[in-house]
Ligand binder design. Sequence first.
Ligand SMILES: Cc1ncc(COP(=O)(O)O)c(C=O)c1O
Length: 400
Amino acid sequence: MHIPEPVETKLRQLASAGKTLNCYIYDTAPMREKITHLCDIMPAGVEIYYAMKANPHPAFLAAAREADVRGVEIASLGEAEKAVAAGFSPAQLIYTGPGKTVEELRWCVRQGIRSIHVESLTEAHRLNAICEQAGRTQDILLRINANFDIHEAQTTFSGGSKKFGIDEEKLADVLPQIAALSGLNFRGLHVYAASGVLNVADLLKNCELVFGMARNIEIAYPDMCCDIINFGGGFGIDYLETGCDFDPLAWANGLQQLIDEYDYSGRAFFLELGRYLAADSGWFCSEIVDIKESRGKKQVICAGGINHFRRPAALAINHPLTIVRMARPPLFDGQETVHNEAVYFGGPLCTGADKLANNVHVEAAHVGDIAVFGFAGAYGLSMSNIEFLSHARPAEIVLG
Ligand SMILES: Cc1ncc(COP(=O)(O)O)c(C=O)c1O
């Protein structure tokens, strides 16, 4: 993996300060460029929201705002508060996620957020009661668990039994009930198939299925117009560096074709993108504290583990990894090193689950060198077990 020169310069400067290095380095230039590019190529009607669960750091929210995303997709009141603190107005927020509480829904209705994506009938009734109490109506999308899944995706959000949305087969029963709730203003559908998808055709298949679903709903219930269709996130990142990046232009062209085919121009199409926007704007940099040989395998132990960078272990994948040489003198003759071999990386936690990379080929590594994990801008610190063993929180250093 190539480390951009400013990132390497920064980490060398930090490493020379004499403290064990363990931090995230962020440079949000790639994220800004991606947003600008997507805004340029998308069909009319596409609105890009930043799924801030990918990285809620203020630098990422500022990058999203300055690059002109339409708004932010939130999944909790905490995220809502961070987005507003970063300068987004409540009218720029859309809210997806199961298990929204009364307090969260009440805040959204009072503040007037753009849309709430209802995940169940219970949630619809809870939200309706809040709206009636407040004397307001709230725009909603209905989140649907489509009878479809993308098998190769890293994580699927629809197909089979899921906690997300309402099963597609139940729509005939549920839609009339939603229509009868006077506090809710039905605006359309939310169908998020899967995350981490590299194959454009798979994601477009989901779009086509949703368009078909919207058409059937409008035929069966002429009063229920799906004028907003939300495809969720899902644009993938080539973590394995196979050279097959997600092609957003092919997706945009494919969507335009579907819009023409279905005569859906004039509608709004939401994208809630996290990983694709944020992943390549962050690096997790952790000093190698120990290297040992154990029964035929080399174990490389870094200052931070799944407490600071859990994603590789959670998804059982290796992120791209580069070792930055620090040329520290060995503590004794015969201190273990790595030379042109496949090794295992972990952190300092007292669990075998504390894995950063498995069976990864490394040309050279020494105690004191820095292991730099790429594509760590999305789902890095925010999805880690930060409290486990009470290690100090890693610094998050923003370049530029
Ligand atoms: C509802 C919802 N929207 C958007 C996203 C962002 O997905 P991605 O990071 O794949 O773009 C997620 C991720 O889990 C999600 O759950």
